[in-house]
Design a protein around this ligand. Sequence first.
Ligand code: 3PY
Ligand code: MG
Length: 214
Amino acid sequence: MLAATSLDFAWIDLQHGHNSAAQLLPQLQAMNGSSLTPLVRVRANDPVSIGHALDAGAEGVIVPSVESALDARRAVAACRFPPEGDRSYADFRAKYMPGGAMRPVLCLVMIESRRGVADIDEIVATPGVDGVFIGPADLALSMGLEPRSSIQPGAHGDAIAEVQASCDAAGVVTAITGDPEPMHRLGFRMISLGADLGFLEHGLADALSKLTGE
Ligand code: 3PY
Ligand code: MG
């Protein structure tokens, strides 16, 4: 269904939600070959999870909780074959994709903590980091705030603006989740519109309210 929309990308979440690594392959098969770029948020910054997602046909990975240049180098190394990195070669499925098993893939690192914001310049300067995905909820938690997916005025908003400015200066894309309209006004050009369960919840609430008037 997603592949038939005009979305530019979709991400399959293996960090949160209840998708499993076994479900990943058919989900990617359904999206490969469409105009949509399938990304996978891996469960953690570890080479096995990252390699598995890329071998299964992801066009890129979103790596959670990157807090330092060391974390960023680890994520990049898992995405790139030698000499740039140390990704292990497997050609079972990926070789049938356009570009083959060694096709270029995106490495997006998530900034979602105060520590990540503090090290943002070093993180975006890491060769091979294609973009930054901001996690507003975890970032808020790390600042002692409510874990909302929106941008909160004050220190939270300032931290997000700082990340955006560093990414712009380094020439890497900044992506974010949350309410798309304000995010777009703030200059974000890669925006995650929401999640399947949220759409289901809101769609059901809308349908019910039409019936009950509540
Ligand atoms: C966050 O807001 O922390 C996220 O990871 C968004 O998915
Ligand atoms: Mg998060």
